[in-house]
Design a binder for this molecule. Structure first.
Ligand SMILES: [Fe+2]
Length: 328
């Protein structure tokens, strides 16, 4: 007997995500409610491109969700994405926030800012450059230097100042660390609260997520201990990165994949990013949440993200060369 297709086969879309479950759950729930399309998500913290390459033509993934210009470029260069041409998406996402060939699209922006102790530091002007100034000796906390968020920042320093300057800067920065790089961005806010350090680097949206965290309410105290400083606000601007999406090369469900991507680019989804995930929407005219606006206005560094991506490898080599992760 021939195998008949089930009469009520639900439509579905398969997602591989570098993004944390809590950051995409509100979006996927809304998408499922509105379309009846089931979303299946596999969360990964590394090896996404390699995994899809190994799966080849049998790969089940339809849509890739990730953060960082580097990871989006890696996916394209690794040959695991396919071009998407959608008038709806292109109307919502400005050209500077999508790949020319439609192989990836940015969905949100985030600033890599300084978290500063409210009590011990307060609201002061600050620059990335001065993180290497001995006046900050023993004061700075940061996560792993090789984390994509830090690599993108260091790559932007190379793009602005050259590799030689950046190497010296990294040596000075490392000498100012309060401890070996470890933990995630939220952990640095916790370390400021406990007095282990006075300033730290972290992404903007984590502050909103900590401030509103009902699951782990102690995170509200971490957020309460810090104030957000926008580095280089008065000169070249604060380093920003993006989160984004791509259609997988061998997507078995290209139709539902496109529907999901169009939803994620829509004003409705952009509002969810802003209000529930505390990111800056890429949609022109869409506003950040009140909480994020309370940090102050961001003046984003206008360096093209392609320049950041181009210096990532060199940034990673410098982190190793100066043994940044060994700590002070
Ligand atoms: Fe993150």
């Amino acid at each position: 007997m021939a195998f008949a297709a089930p009469a009520f086969s639900a439509e579905e879309v398969n997602i591989y995500s570098y993004r944390q479950p809590e950051l995409i759950a509100p979006l996927l729930e809304r998408f499922e409610e509105e379309t009846g399309i089931q979303t299946n998500v596999l969360f990964l913290d590394k090896g996404l491109v390699e995994r899809i390459q190994a799966e080849g033509v049998n790969s089940p993934v339809d849509v890739i969700l990730t953060v960082d210009i580097g990871r989006l470029t890696e996916a394209k260069e690794g040959g695991v994405t396919q071009p998407v041409e959608s008038e709806l998406i292109n109307a919502d996402i400005p050209a500077q926030y999508r790949d020319e060939e439609g192989e990836w699209f940015a969905l949100t922006k985030r600033g890599r800012v300084v978290y500063a102790s409210k009590d011990r530091i307060g609201d002061i002007p600050i620059t990335y450059e001065e993180l290497a100034d001995p006046k900050w000796k023993g004061a700075i906390c940061i996560r792993d230097g090789q984390h994509p968020y830090n690599i993108a920042l260091i790559a932007s320093m190379i793009a602005h100042h050259g590799a030689e300057y950046t190497e010296e800067w990294l040596r000075g920065f490392k000498a100012n660390l309060a401890r070996k790089p470890n933990g995630n961005d939220r952990g640095q806010a916790k370390a400021i609260m406990s007095g282990e350090c006075d300033i730290a680097l972290g992404n903007t949206y984590y502050v909103g997520l900590m401030m509103t965290n009902e699951k782990e309410p102690e995170q509200k105290d971490w957020a309460e201990a810090i104030t957000v400083l926008f580095p280089n606000a008065d000169d070249r601007g604060t380093h920003v990165n993006i989160s984004g999406m791509a259609m997988a090369k061998n997507a078995p469900h290209p139709d539902t994949a496109l529907k999901l991507m169009e939803f994620l680019a829509s004003p409705e989804a952009q509002e969810i990013y802003a209000e529930q995930v505390f990111e800056y929407p890429v949609l022109p005219g869409a506003e950040a949440s009140e909480i994020v606006q309370s940090f102050g206005e961001i003046n984003p560094d206008t360096l093209p993200l392609s320049d950041v991506a181009a210096h990532r490898k060199q940034a990673s080599e410098l982190v190793d060369k100066v043994r940044f992760n060994d700590g002070p």
